[in-house]
Design a binder for this molecule. Structure first.
Ligand SMILES: [Zn+2]
Ligand SMILES: [Zn+2]
Ligand SMILES: [Zn+2]
Length: 136
């Protein structure tokens, strides 16, 4: 006589025999089933993991609620802590105001460099023209 599915199951983490089976979330990459304790532990870690993230600039770990989304103009991914955000904003404001190459103050006219020039910020007319002549 054969019993189907009667072999005892063990927790994939602590190897305890399972009385109550808990299914791990697929994000955890765990094969098999978990006991209540391990499941609860994992659950807690998982939520802590989703609640904290590293600042993409200084890599410090912060609560997501303390992190800032970069402005779209900065063309970056991830989140920033307050101090990195402020720094970025300052740099960006300066970049916007001055020519990235010669440092001349930009008035009403500012020119966006072509992406293949690998120049960030804006350029004055003179520098834009000379880049265009050199790099096309
Ligand atoms: Zn367990
Ligand atoms: Zn930071
Ligand atoms: Zn310039």
């Amino acid at each position: 006589m054969k019993f189907l599915n009667r072999s005892p199951k063990f927790c994939a983490i602590c190897q305890k025999e399972l009385k109550h089976k808990h299914k791990p979330k697929k994000e955890w990459n765990i094969e098999g089933l978990l006991c209540g304790d391990c499941h609860m532990d994992k659950m807690r870690q998982y939520f802590e993991g989703t609640m904290t993230q590293n600042c993409v600039e200084c890599k410090s770990k912060k609560k997501i609620t303390d992190l800032w989304e970069p402005r779209w103009q900065w063309e970056m991914e991830g989140l920033l802590c307050k101090s990195c955000f402020d720094k970025k904003e300052k740099i960006f404001a300066e970049e916007k105001e001055f020519c990235s190459i010669c440092g001349a103050k930009l008035s009403f006219f500012r020119y966006t460099p072509k992406s293949k020039w690998k120049v960030t910020g804006n350029l004055c007319r003179k520098c834009w023209d000379s880049n265009k002549a050199r790099n096309g």
